[in-house]
Design a protein around this ligand. Structure first.
Ligand SMILES: Nc1nc2c(ncn2[C@@H]2O[C@H](COP(=O)(O)OP(=O)(O)OP(=O)(O)O)[C@@H](O)[C@H]2O)c(=O)[nH]1
Ligand SMILES: [Mg+2]
Length: 187
């Protein structure tokens, strides 16, 4: 007996993006925080053909297939133009945040943005983060306020708490990747 399945389910089983084999989603991590976030994302994506991960940073601490230094911004913009959906992630108040804002002004395919808002003690970063948020004209901006960490996990070392935040941001990014791919989130 031949088993007929719904196309969306078959596409999911085969790990295909919505319009065939070509990946149409790019996720870009900018700066130190953005890089840490996409490193977690890479662990979940493995080599599934669901999204292409880009990294833009001043230093390269590990091997990435699509790595760009800050001065290569024009190259990364050209590489991102063909994608249907581009998702950006960074810690605001930083160089990575400035570059993220820059990308929103240069690309018309940015679908959503995932950022963290700095701790109150990071004085100058807070001011810069507010400016960065105010200067973006993107409807889907998801912000994690790092100050809530102090209430939620007051006794946790900061590095461990940030790792949990990064996992939460990645979960949201994965939700969107699956939504755009028309695949039920299996995770
Ligand atoms: N979500 C998240 N936020 C982080 C993490 N590490 C730092 N941050 C926050 O992100 C802000 C920016 O830090 P980085 O991303 O390292 O900054 P950068 O883009 O490398 O740029 P500069 O340090 O300004 O040169 C910090 O001030 C923290 O508020 C992380 O692992 N995850
Ligand atoms: Mg840094």
């Amino acid at each position: 007996m031949v088993r007929l399945v719904r196309w969306n389910d078959l596409r999911g089983e085969l790990n295909l993006a919505a319009d065939g084999l070509k990946t149409r989603i790019a996720v870009v991590g900018l700066g130190g925080a953005g890089t840490s976030i996409v490193m977690v994302l890479n662990r979940y994506l493995e080599d599934k053909n669901l999204a292409d991960v880009f990294v833009i940073n001043s230093e390269k601490y590990t091997e990435f297939k699509r790595f760009y230094f800050y001065h290569q911004l024009e190259d990364v913009i050209e590489s991102l133009k063909p994608y249907r959906y581009v998702l950006l992630t960074a810690g605001l108040g930083s160089t990575g945040g400035d570059l993220l804002v820059g990308l929103t002004k240069r690309l018309s395919n940015i679908k959503s943005i995932f950022v963290s808002f700095p701790f109150s003690v990071e004085d100058s970063r807070v001011k810069r983060a507010v400016e960065q948020l105010n200067s973006m004209d993107v409807s889907e901006i998801h912000v994690v306020n790092l100050n809530f960490l102090l209430q939620r996990m007051p006794n946790m070392p900061i590095i461990a708490a940030l790792e949990i935040v990064n996992e939460e941001i990645v979960a949201k990014i994965l939700d969107e990747i699956f939504e755009y791919s028309n695949i039920k989130n299996p995770i």
